[in-house]
Ligand binder design. Sequence first.
Ligand SMILES: [Mn+2]
Length: 423
Amino acid sequence: MIDKTIIEASNDDRDAGLRADYDALGEQLDRRGIDIAAIKAKVAGFGIAVPSWGVGTGGTRFARFPGPGEPRHVFDKLDDCGVIHRLTAATPRVSLHIPWDDAAPADLLAKAEETGLGFDAMNSNTFSDQPGQALSYKFGSLSHTDPAVRAQAVEHNLACIELGQAIGSKALTVWVGDGSNFPGQAHFARQFDRYLDAARRIYAGLPEDWRLLTEHKMYEPAFYSTVVQDWGTNYLIATELGERAQCLVDLGHHAPNVNIEMIVARLARFGKLGGFHFNDSKYGDDDLDTGSIDPYRLFLVFNELVEADGPGFEPMHMLDQSHNVTDPIESLMVSATEVQRAYAQALLVDRAALAGFQEGNDALMATATLKRAFRTDVEPILAMARLEAGAAIDPVAAFRASGYRARVAEARPAVAGGSGGIV
Ligand SMILES: [Mn+2]
């Protein structure tokens, strides 16, 4: 995939500079009572899952402009995901989407072994119709008025669990597009009751060591009302279903300016924070690259995660974004790094000082305490963690030097643009 000598040559050019920067940062942190090696060890152990659908070029409902070497199937996708992990050492797992990635478990496991990857949460799809499907999801899936459609959607989710079990996954993520486009179209209470009833049947099929993560989204594809529209409804679902049901927070699935870090703190406090889909946005569910618009918000989310950390607190972390104008591999590498950066910055927060300022109502110093951590350039920590793991100091530079994209473009025929983005 990526020749070892390419990474080594790329790192040789940057090694001395990195060590000087790392030592300087280490001295600075030492004066603040922080052990840089401890932070680096935590960053090195922090993995972010890559979505299989993220390595293909995304799009909007207007158009899609594919790049060269688009993955043709799940095995090409795993190759690309393997490259991302090889160069960043930050993305050890892939999240599959069924039926897009459906394949024989033995073949998936063999490819995972070859690419050095494992499998994260399984994702079901009842928001679009598949070829040969008996009943349509046009008017909903788990909350559909027709019990036969609901049964079909439940069966699909159970099949996702079955495949996931065979490949070592431990969670099922469910997002439905169910909702309504007109006032009066759906009866809110009855529709939600139908959803809960169907979700209970999925939960009943969940293995003991699995979690069911439900993902809320404010709007789209339903534009008047959405069945699982916000964290409040999501919390109700997780509470109704049981202990192994938790909420998944996709950063893009909220109204603009919503205080997501506070939602994170609330869900964490009550044991219902199951995981994340990281991305960034300016206006809505933009699915822009993580940290590209508001890195401070990402940091504030991680500040709450570090604050809530303790025994049994194990939210899952995955990227979920659409790469419309960049090479998806490059975007995913940069985004995984941005997640690690926010985590490292959050680890630098002086929590004792912050608690003191909070108790003393010193708003200015409390916020300055956060800003001090956020302003610290932790890049040498991230880069050193990569170097020590045999990955690249500069993943994008090494990727471009490798010629991987041009190589796979020869093997993978160009695909037509078409329409249809990624949700
Ligand atoms: Mn998502």
